[in-house]
Design a protein around this ligand. Structure first.
Ligand SMILES: [Zn+2]
Length: 557
C-alpha cells in the first residue's frame, strides 16, 4: 500500500468528490514533478473498489505507460494491460494503460469503460476517445489547463477543475528544485516581433534571433551566468527558435570552446539516444534543440535552461523552464536564462497561478496579470518580485518608493508602465480591430491621472504622453500589419486629447477661450462683484467634452 503525499491525497479526494457531486468530466491540475502516475493509480484504485467499471489511462510516452502500470501493480495490486503498438489481444482487466495513438485504433476492441484518465489533457486532441465512450467519466490531467487549441477551450469539454499544489509548494517539499531566473536586458526586443495566430511569427522571429549579435549574445550570456563558483560550467539545455537557429547557436558554443550538440526530430533513434547519453554523462554539456525536448524529457543533471526565443504561450514557457527542476542530491538550485523577455510577461516559473480562473475564463488570459508581477534587477538581471526593495541575489538597493516616484514624475517614464500592446491585443482579440488602438490612449490618460492628479496636467506633459502613445500605437500598427501614417497619428492625438479633457482640468490649446493681450500697465480694480467663477469656460468645456466623446464613440465603431 502506498502512502500518498498530502497534496496528492487532497487532489485524489477532491477529484473523487467532484465526480461524485455530478460532474462527468473534470480537469486535474498538477505541476510537472507532482507525481501524476501515482495519482492515476490511486484514482483507479478508488474507482474500481467502488464500482465494477473499468479504467482506461491514456499517456503519451512509453515511460509513463510503464510507470503507471508499475504503480497499479506495486501499490494497489490492480492487474492492467498495455495498449501500445503491436497490441493484438485485449483481455478483460480492471485497468488499461494505453499510448494515445495506438489506443485510438483499438477503441472498438475494448470492453466498456467507466472512467477515462487522460494525460496532457491541454493538448485537446482526444475527441475520438471522448466520442467512443459517451457514458464514461473523464479526468484530464495537465500542468497547464489552457487548451493548446485557442478555439476549443477546455471548459467546453470539461465542466470543473481541481487544483493541485503550486510549484512553490513543491519546491518547499523538496519535490522540485529552487530556481533563479535571469533576464538580461540586451536581448531581442519582443515588442518588435510580429504575431501570427496568437504566437510570434516563427520565421520572422528566427530571422531576428539568427542575427550574429544575438547568436553571439546567447554565448556571452552563458559565459556571464553559466559558471559555478568553483569555475566549472553548468550543464545546459537550450531552447532555440527553429532547427536552423539551433544549429547556429550550437556552432557558436563550439567555436567558443564549449562542449555543445544539437538535436532535432529528424535524427535516427540511435543518434538521438547517443546524444542524450553524451548529454547525461558530460559535465557542462550544452544541448541545443528547438521544441522536442519539452514535455517528458527528464534529465535530472541539468543545471541551466536557456530560453533563447520569445513565446506567447505560458504552457511552453513553463514546460521548457521546468526541464531543469528535477532535484538531485548534488543540485540545490537551477538557473533559467531568459533571452526572450518571457519571465516579465508570463511570470517566473515558480510563480503561483490561479489556474481555476484561467480554466473558467480562458477568453481573457492577460497572462502577465495572472501572476504576481516581477521585475529584473538592474544590477544582476535576476527576476525578483516587483515589490522587493533589495535584490536577494546581489544586494542591490532599490531607491525608496518616494524617490522612485519622483524620478518617474521627472522623466515621465511611468505613463506607459504595465501597458503591454501584445497582452492587450490578446485580451481584446474578440473585439473590433481598432479597440486596442484606442484603448491604449485611455490607459495612458488613466495612468497620468493616477500620478499627477486632476490639476497637474500641463501642455508639456500632454506632449510627452502623446509621444509615448505614438510609440505604442506604432507598435500596434506593426503587429497588425498597418502602415503608421498621418491618419493613425491623428486618431491617436484626438483620442488622447479627448481622454485627457475628460479626466483633467485641462483644455486643448485651440479650444481655450481667447485671452486678452496683457496691458502695459495695471488697470485700476473695477469696483463690482466678479461674475460666478469660470461659468463660461466650464460650459464650453463640457460641450467640447461631450462632442468629443460622441465623435470618439463613432470613430471606435
Ligand atoms: Zn540583483
Amino acid at each position: 500500500m502506498l502512502e500518498l503525499r498530502t497534496y496528492q491525497e487532497q487532489l485524489v479526494n477532491e477529484a473523487s468528490e467532484t465526480l461524485a457531486s455530478g460532474h462527468r468530466k473534470i480537469i486535474c491540475q498538477l505541476p510537472t514533478g507532482g507525481g501524476k502516475t501515482v495519482c492515476f493509480a490511486a484514482i483507479t484504485d478508488r474507482y474500481t473498489r467502488k464500482s465494477a467499471g473499468r479504467v482506461f489511462i491514456l499517456v503519451h510516452r512509453i515511460e509513463l505507460l510503464k510507470q503507471a502500470r508499475r504503480s497499479l501493480d506495486k501499490f494497489f495490486q490492480i492487474p492492467s494491460h498495455a495498449i501500445k503498438a503491436g497490441t493484438r489481444w485485449i483481455p478483460d482487466v480492471p485497468a488499461y494503460v494505453g499510448m494515445v495513438e495506438s489506443a485510438n485504433r483499438r477503441i472498438a476492441k475494448l470492453p466498456p469503460i467507466g472512467l477515462v484518465i487522460i494525460d496532457e489533457a491541454h493538448l485537446n486532441t482526444f475527441s475520438k476517445i471522448h466520442a467512443a465512450f459517451p457514458d464514461a467519466m473523464f479526468i484530464g490531467f495537465t500542468a497547464t489547463p489552457i487548451s493548446a487549441n485557442k478555439k476549443k477551450p477546455l471548459k467546453e469539454l470539461y465542466s470543473e477543475i481541481v487544483m493541485g499544489p503550486q510549484i512553490s509548494q513543491l519546491i518547499k517539499e523538496g519535490a522540485l528544485c529552487q530556481n533563479i531566473t535571469i533576464s538580461p536586458r540586451e536581448v531581442v526586443n519582443r515588442a518588435e516581433l510580429a504575431i501570427k495566430n496568437g504566437e510570434f511569427d516563427m520565421e520572422g522571429m528566427a530571422r531576428t534571433y539568427k542575427q550574429t549579435k544575438f547568436v553571439k549574445g546567447a554565448v556571452e550570456a552563458y559565459k556571464k551566468h553559466g559558471q559555478h563558483p568553483d569555475g566549472s560550467w553548468m550543464k545546459t539545455l537550450v531552447f532555440n527558435v527553429n532547427v536552423d537557429h539551433s544549429k547556429m547557436v550550437t556552432q557558436a558554443f563550439i567555436d567558443a570552446g564549449f562542449p555543445a550538440a544539437h538535436l532535432d526530430g529528424t535524427e535516427t533513434p540511435y543518434r538521438r539516444s547517443e546524444v542524450l547519453r553524451w548529454f547525461s554523462e558530460t559535465p557542462g554539456a550544452i544541448l541545443n534543440n528547438c521544441a522536442i525536448l519539452t514535455a517528458g524529457f527528464d534529465e535530472p543533471s541539468i543545471e541551466m535552461i536557456v530560453v533563447n526565443h520569445a513565446t506567447m504561450s505560458i504552457t511552453k514557457w513553463l514546460q521548457e523552464t521546468g526541464r531543469g527542476s528535477r532535484p538531485t542530491e548534488f543540485k540545490s538550485m537551477f538557473k533559467i536564462l531568459d533571452l526572450g523577455g518571457n519571465a516579465i510577461t508570463h511570470g517566473d516559473w515558480n510563480a503561483d497561478r490561479d489556474w481555476r480562473n484561467l480554466f473558467h475564463n480562458p477568453k481573457k488570459p492577460r497572462e502577465r496579470d495572472q501572476v504576481a508581477p516581477c521585475k529584473s534587477c538592474p544590477h544582476c538581471d535576476a527576476i525578483i518580485p516587483a515589490g522587493v526593495r533589495k535584490c536577494p541575489y546581489c544586494g542591490y538597493d532599490y531607491p525608496s518608493a518616494e524617490e522612485e516616484l519622483e524620478k518617474d514624475l521627472g522623466e515621465f517614464v511611468i505613463v506607459t508602465r504595465g501597458i503591454n500592446v501584445e497582452a492587450l491585443m490578446a485580451e481584446n482579440a474578440n473585439r473590433k480591430k481598432y479597440y486596442t488602438f484606442y484603448n491604449l490612449g485611455r490607459r495612458i490618460a488613466a495612468q497620468l491621472l493616477k500620478q499627477i492628479g486632476k490639476k497637474g496636467l500641463t501642455d508639456e506633459r500632454t506632449e510627452f504622453a502623446l509621444q509615448e502613445y505614438y510609440k505604442l500605437a506604432q507598435e500596434w500598427c506593426k503587429k497588425n500589419g498597418k502602415a503608421w501614417n498621418r491618419w493613425h497619428g491623428e486618431q491617436a492625438r484626438e483620442t488622447l486629447y479627448a481622454e485627457l479633457m475628460e479626466r483633467f482640468e485641462w483644455v486643448r490649446p485651440e479650444m481655450r477661450p481667447h485671452e486678452p493681450e496683457p496691458l502695459p500697465f495695471k488697470p485700476p480694480e473695477p469696483r463690482r462683484l466678479p461674475p460666478p467663477p469660470e461659468e463660461k469656460p466650464r460650459q464650453q468645456f463640457e460641450l467640447f467634452t461631450n462632442t468629443l466623446q460622441t465623435l470618439q464613440k463613432i470613430s471606435s465603431l
